[in-house]
Design a protein around this ligand. Sequence first.
Ligand code: FAD
Length: 300
Amino acid sequence: DTPLFAGLSGDDVAVSFEFFPPKSAKMEETLWNTMTTLAPLAPRFVSVTYGAGGSTRERTHSTVARIIRETDVPAAAHLTCVNASKQEIREVAEQYWEAGVRHIVALRGDPPDDATGFVPHPEGYASAAELVKGLKDIAPFEISVAAYPETHPEADCPQADLDNLKRKLDAGADRAITQFFFSPDAYFRFSDAAAAAGIDAEIVPGILPVSNVAQTRKFSGMCGAQIPQWMDDLFEGLDDHPATRQLVAATVAAEMCRRLYAGGVRNFHFYTLNRADLSFAICHLLGMRAKSSALKEAAE
Ligand code: FAD
């Protein structure tokens, strides 16, 4: 008999987790409980997003700083070009370096809700590729950038978007993390096209465990991700069954990770939405088990 989930020992899998900076004391407690659950999986890093227009600047900083102070998990800070001059970006980056941050997820960003289209700050960076180059001149950060298996909505064509990814990596980025997607084949096609374009950096799939399709659909249009019909079909009739939606979400995401693993993927980045359960369950099914508490003694 072949056991289910055979061959997934977790030993060859490395994961990272993405959080957003909490807005209240209660949300901070939730995030910290999430860290306590996920840290023992010894993630390669956890990352903290940067709100539209730099709106979360202080909160992103304090969240990353707390992770560095209280855990042994490497923490990455996201940083965008929106509404910031090069000098302001320099100040933020220098503060990160002083706080012990050695890894930045460098993004162009999107304008705040009421604006139409990205307009660079007159003294700022016009694209993520420029930001990567600027950051490398400030300090020897490790840098991750965004990639879009289903093409960024503003790109002229998939090839132009791939050229842009190559510019970001050539500017000094170390890896790409993808926008979420629900078609492993789209990811594999994209990886193959990237390899054919001479990209040899890792392209880590971004995994979004979906337990609410309607909510996901709201922001998928503007970020270059398709929601397939089968996803709607799977969640049909579950509006009033939140616990069942969670079980379906974990099952769908675990199956996607299993297929990616079968195709050779060993690194996964999880969009956790600050919740541990789904990502923890999927990592468990990938064979991962707790390695250490990863929380520093003083914090326990
Ligand atoms: P870029 O790589 O600069 O690309 C933007 C668009 O311009 C693309 O269509 C690209 O093809 C095109 N382009 C760029 N340069 C050129 C050129 N020279 N010629 C022609 N076309 C060009 N947003 C946030 O606000 N905060 C976050 O914390 C955040 N984290 C993210 C994390 C990940 C892993 C991902 C995938 C996305 C994240 N985003 C975040 C969203 C991101 O900011 C948006 O998707 C944004 O619209 C594009 O950012 P980028 O870094 O990909 O931009």
